[in-house]
Write a protein that binds this ligand. Structure first.
Ligand code: NAD
Length: 389
């Protein structure tokens, strides 16, 4: 089949298998090029949400930066005769092949991470093939969660106070328009915390520990975002922000709960980047395309893989993990630098549909978007037939 991008709203419903493999190859090559000889690190890593974005970049950093065995959990669709698989499916296949070529254990369980069934399967597989895990990365970005009793909770991207109006970028026309983000009901806020908060992360850790497959002194991480004031009503103080606060509280609570096992639980504040999860948030794409321009001009731009490789090398692998006063790992240090934020604020006030190309790096935003689905790589011939299965 000749596979072309088919974009619907903020998602592309096709994915190119060779392009996805190229994206994983590039990320692995980047990590390998920065690998320090003799670097110590985790050896058996479980990544929950391992197939795209930050979870995939974490998995690649653990495997190719530290030589770790990795077990990944993902929720991806396989291809059919007529339909391509989701990008995470192709990414994972490519990752497993690259890892195997280097003699690294790399296996993946495809299913709903919130379910007991997948947790049990994961534990059984760890017992059988790895013994224990010494790192657990929790990088789920999920729209909904089906609970044990069958209740479905859906996360929403709304404010928790007044509705909020600000500029946004229309990704189809590249025009600047106004968007109003409505305020959530208490029920919607609670559902978002249920899906994206720390409850399921804690459940994973409890079960892994209870089954004796969590090594003493293991490190567990989940990811959050803070960002600038303009996005606070929709992100940091919005429904998703409430879930993220719950995630932070969970990290602290788990340190207490698993004190005897010397569990090291952290939340890392990552940089805002184009991923399948973040492209869906109103206002954020405009902020990010302005940020891309500023950070590129200053030589500070990083994608998922640069962030995660740096997190391992300059944070996780140090004898003591550096944190802010709230105990969080800060990988958003470049994004939040005063000079970067001042430049973005100036651009935010000035940007209009007429001058958007001057202020916003829309091309990079689009390039990153297409790359996520395996499109836009100059060394892939997209006119050629490709096996999608
Ligand atoms: P993403 O959409 O690229 O990845 C989500 C992953 O979760 C995929 O591997 C997917 O298969 C998996 N997944 C989703 N639902 C699942 C389920 N029910 N069972 C099993 N796997 C499931 O998202 P991302 O942007 O990399 O986000 C990962 C984490 O990083 C999130 O917590 C997000 O809030 C956080 N974060 C993102 C940004 C950003 O700008 N993208 C910034 C800071 C923090």
């Amino acid at each position: 089949m000749i596979v072309e991008p088919k974009v619907k709203g903020f998602i592309c419903i096709t994915a190119h298998p060779e392009g996805c493999a190229e994206s994983v190859r590039r990320q692995a090559a980047y990590v390998k090029s920065r690998r320090q000889e003799g670097a110590q690190g985790p050896k058996r890593v479980l990544v929950i949400g391992a197939s795209t974005g930050y979870g995939l970049a974490s998995r690649i950093s653990a495997a190719f930066g530290c030589g770790a065995a990795t077990l990944g959990i993902m929720f991806e669709k396989e291809a059919s005769e007529k339909r391509t698989a989701t990008p995470g499916f192709y990414n994972t296949r490519a990752f497993e092949q690259l890892a195997a070529a280097e003699g690294l254990y790399a296996k993946t369980i495809n299913g709903d991470a919130f379910s007991d069934e997948i947790k049990d399967r994961t534990i059984a597989q760890i017992k059988e093939e790895l013994g224990t895990v010494d790192m657990v990365i929790y990088s789920l970005a999920a729209p909904r969660r089906t609970d044990r009793d069958g209740t479905v909770y859906t996360s929403v991207l709304k404010t928790t106070g007044e509705e909020y109006t600000n500029k946004t970028l229309d990704l189809r026309t590249n025009g600047i328009s106004q968007v109003t983000v409505p305020s959530a009901t208490a029920e919607e806020e609670a559902a978002t915390v249920k899906v994206m908060g720390g409850e399921d992360w804690r459940e994973w850790i409890r079960r892994l520990s209870g089954a004796g497959v969590l090594a003493e002194g293991a490190l567990t991480l989940a990811y959050t975002y803070i960002g600038p004031k303009i996005t606070h009503p929709i992100y940091f103080n919005g429904t998703i922000g409430m879930a993220k606060k719950h995630l932070e509280q969970t990290a602290l609570a788990m340190r207490e709960e698993f004190r005897e096992q010397k569990l090291r639980a952290y939340v890392s504040v990552n940089k805002g980047l184009v991923t399948q999860a973040s492209a869906a948030i109103p206002i954020v794409p405009l902020y990010m395309s302005l940020l891309y321009r500023v950070m590129k001009d200053k030589g500070l731009h990083e994608g998922c893989i640069e962030q995660m490789e740096r997190m391992f090398r300059e944070r996780l692998l140090l004898p003591e993990i550096p944190t802010d006063e709230e105990g969080r790992i800060r990988m958003d240090d470049y994004e939040m630098r005063a000079d970067v934020q001042e430049a973005v604020e100036r651009a935010w006030d000035a940007v209009t549909t007429e001058n958007v190309k001057e202020y916003a790096d829309i091309d990079s935003f689009h390039e990153d978007f297409y790359h996520m689905f395996g499109f836009g790589y100059d060394n892939i011939d997209y006119t050629k037939d490709v096996d999608i299965l």
